[in-house]
Design a protein. Structure first.
Length: 334
């Protein structure tokens, strides 16, 4: 037995059985334009069509269903206002639980109402993400609510890994998978699944230059903090946690490479998705296409799968990017 916490192919297969019929099995389609550009078949895994608009529903659903009936009845809790918050709200409501989502006063009203609409009990406290997290810990201690973390959790990683199982079934001859990377729950799960089934397949993590916490941590050999800036790939923001227990080690061992993208490259990926593939994809979901377009992926002679991980982009921002803006957050980063 491994001395370290990890997620195995058996855990991922069990997650797939558990969440089957409760999340969408998303299509994998061939991109004519990217296949032509790369000279090998390029398949797009359309996971941005997942219910709630991102893959995070897989991990959240598996985490909620893995709880005892009694814990599920007490309820789950998190501090995320983004895709994890949406996913947990929906997973809880549809699987016989209730999610409490804590957020600060600074979170815009549209995000608050979206998470409320998905059935969560929203608690607005303090003026920072840290204060929202303190409230989470208080409610865990006081009411026995179960915290479901966005990435560093075995049930969450196993749930995200089900995406890797589907990709291998849908594209059995694949030679590489391009995976958006932030805290590493998606990349760890997908890499564990794909490497178990097809050990020679390369699994490549992609993230933005602005605040690449996993890349800096892998280079340093331990979890480190990086400076954060606003990015088109806002869902890739945030650190990996200095007390990371699971995803840092799994990503260090399983990822073949981590590639960084500029804001202009991410914008080009979003525009390609819209103009060529007719898909609305958020910045984080466009990094795989962006890396191919930028010529940053070494083509090894066989089919490539690209994960489009989410579509929850502010439509005003999307329109600006479609109209040619390449770096809407430049001033913040300067
Ligand atoms: C959360 C998220 C990611 C990154 O997932 P991690 O498990 O944190 O690495 C990528 N894309 C989208 C759309 C996300 O919501």
């Amino acid at each position: 037995m491994s001395a370290f916490l990890t997620v195995t192919i058996e855990d991922i297969e069990a997650a797939a059985r558990r969440i089957s019929g409760r999340v969408l099995r998303t299509p994998l389609v061939t991109s004519t334009s990217l296949s032509k550009l790369c000279g090998v078949p390029v398949g797009l895994k359309l996971e941005h069509h997942q219910t709630t608009g991102s893959f995070k529903l897989r991990g959240a659903t598996n985490a909620v269903l893995s709880l005892s009936a009694e814990a599920r009845a007490r309820g789950v809790i998190a501090a995320s206002t983004g895709n994890h918050g949406r996913a947990l709200a929906h997973a809880a409501r549809t699987q016989g639980s209730v999610a409490t989502i804590c957020m600060s006063h600074l979170v815009p009203e549209n995000k608050v109402s979206e998470i409320r609409r998905l059935g969560a009990d929203v608690r607005i406290v303090g003026s920072s993400q840290d204060e929202a997290q303190d409230e989470v810990e208080r409610l865990v201690a006081e009411k026995g609510l179960v915290m479901v973390p966005p990435f560093d959790d075995a049930a969450v990683v196993a749930g995200q890994g089900t995406l890797g199982l589907e990709i291998v079934e849908q594209m059995p001859d694949l030679t590489a998978v391009l995976v958006p990377l932030s805290g590493g729950g998606l990349a760890a799960g997908v890499a564990a699944a794909v490497k178990a089934r097809k050990p020679a397949t390369r699994v490549i993590g992609l993230t933005m230059e602005r605040g690449a916490a996993m890349k800096a941590s892998v280079v340093a050999g331990r979890p480190v903090l990086v400076e954060e800036y606003q990015s088109l790939a806002d869902s890739l923001g945030g650190g990996i946690g200095l007390d990371n227990r699971l995803t840092f080690r799994m990503c260090s061992e399983l990822l073949d490479e981590i590639i960084l993208l500029t804001e202009a490259e991410i914008a080009a990926g979003m525009r390609h998705a819209y103009a060529e593939e007719r898909e609305i994809v958020e910045g984080a979901g466009a990094v795989g296409m962006a890396a191919l377009l930028a010529g940053k992926i070494k083509i090894a002679g066989g089919p490539i799968a690209v994960i489009l991980s989410g579509r929850n982009v502010d439509m005003g921002l999307h329109l600006r990017v479609m109209n040619g803006e390449t770096d809407p957050f430049r001033e913040e980063a300067a």
